[in-house]
Write a protein that binds this ligand. Structure first.
Ligand code: PMP
Length: 366
């Protein structure tokens, strides 16, 4: 049996991590996995997460019962407010459906599965447009649910910036009602985000063509230190009435990588539609995971729902973002002032997040 199963290659990023761990060289640096490290190259547990963990462990009512199928309600509602805005009319009008997922990957999967089952695709069939390049896992996630990934131009190596005109051109020429995956902020792997003005134009064309925006938000606050600013594009699209969903991860911004805390938010046009969507997401989640893991969601719920802890989290986010930005500045200084390396290195300080610090090294990441 199983003689016909071909051997698959190991995942290159996780293979690199294993090789890194095994390497005894004292000055080793792992530029593979997109995980934050402190000044000693060590993983960093956010002080606010340590505090929330204490609170949780000292809670006499803590048990290990199942969560509801769609997750911890206090977590999903607070997570929706975080990305869509506490004053979001869509939330106030009951048009947002939120489901807890296995971090951002699970949100992408559930969103893709939902589209595969229920999106009214045109004659071209089940397709999604991904940015070229994108987080490599997007391709497999959509293929797994029989959606064919296509790409749209995103990164222009000549300018080390956004291939804005070509991107707009693909948005305009794609068949109406196409699905476009957009990185909400801190694009992986280029670190290149559209400006507000460019986002506005992208939204215009998406609306004109009746496209669907599939937002992936894995880095809110993490790269810039600004939770609100990083949610700007998503909120602007909601304001303009672009049909959309958002995949949300707390892996990076709360340093909860292994806890798998995330959510999928679908913004509908009516409460009634939101209820129908929730009922189907619930059926899908039930068959796949029955119900999501509790621990990480409880931690994030404590942090998001307590003003003091929320303030402390924002400070921890500043610490991470501040270090990322300082590292970029220092690398830029070393290359230009100290080493006098030929060429222009300004993109190192202009790009956002952990990715693509130096053109074509520090490449694609978890
Ligand atoms: N989307 C993007 C763009 C990412 O970069 C990542 C992680 N690197 C994810 C989703 C998913 O991460 P996780 O499942 O750990 O939340």
């Amino acid at each position: 049996t199983w003689s016909s199963v071909p051997l698959a290659p190991p995942d290159s990023i996780f293979k690199l991590t294993a090789a890194y761990k095994a390497d005894p060289f004292p000055q080793k640096v792992n530029l593979g996995v997109g995980a934050y490290r402190d000044d000693d190259s060590k993983p960093w547990v956010l002080p606010v997460v340590k505090k929330a963990t204490e609170l949780l462990l000292n809670d006499p009512n803590l048990d290990h019962e199942y969560l509801p199928i769609t997750g911890l309600p206090e977590f999903t509602s607070a997570a929706a407010r975080l990305i869509l805005g506490a004053d979001s009319p869509a939330i106030a009008e009951g048009r947002v459906t939120s489901v807890q997922t296995i971090s951002g990957t699970g949100a992408n999967h559930l969103g893709a599965l939902f589209l595969s089952r229920f999106y009214e695709y045109g004659p071209a069939g089940k397709q999604v447009y991904l940015s070229d390049p994108t987080w490599i896992n997007h391709f497999a996630i959509f293929r797994n649910v029989q959606i064919e990934p296509l790409t749209y131009p995103y990164y222009d190596p000549k300018t080390i910036g956004l291939a804005y005109d070509a991107f707009l051109e693909t948005l305009s020429s794609a068949p109406s009602r196409s699905v476009f995956l957009l990185h909400a902020c801190a694009h992986n792997p280029t670190g290149v985000d559209p400006t507000k003005e460019q986002w506005g134009k992208i939204a215009d064309v998406i609306l004109e063509k009746g496209h669907y925006a599939f937002f992936d938000c894995a880095y809110q606050g993490f790269a810039s230190g600004d939770l609100e600013g990083d949610a700007w594009a998503v909120r602007e699209f909601v304001k303009r009435g672009v049909p959309l969903l958002v995949c949300q991860s707390f892996a990076k911004n709360a340093g909860l990588y292994g806890e798998r805390v995330g959510a999928l938010h679908v913004v509908a046009t009516t409460t009634e539609a939101a209820n129908r969507i929730k009922s189907q997401l619930s059926v899908l989640a039930r068959s796949e995971i029955s119900n999501p893991p509790a621990h990480g969601a409880r931690l994030v719920s404590l942090i998001l729902n307590d003003e003091k802890l929320f303030g402390e989290w924002k400070q921890d986010i500043q610490t991470m973002a501040g270090r990322i930005i300082a590292m970029r500045k220092e690398l830029h200084r070393l290359l230009t002032e100290e080493l006098k390396t030929p060429g222009n290195w300004d993109h190192i300080v202009n790009q956002i997040g952990m990715f693509r610090c130096v053109f074509s090294f520090l490449f694609v990441l978890v």
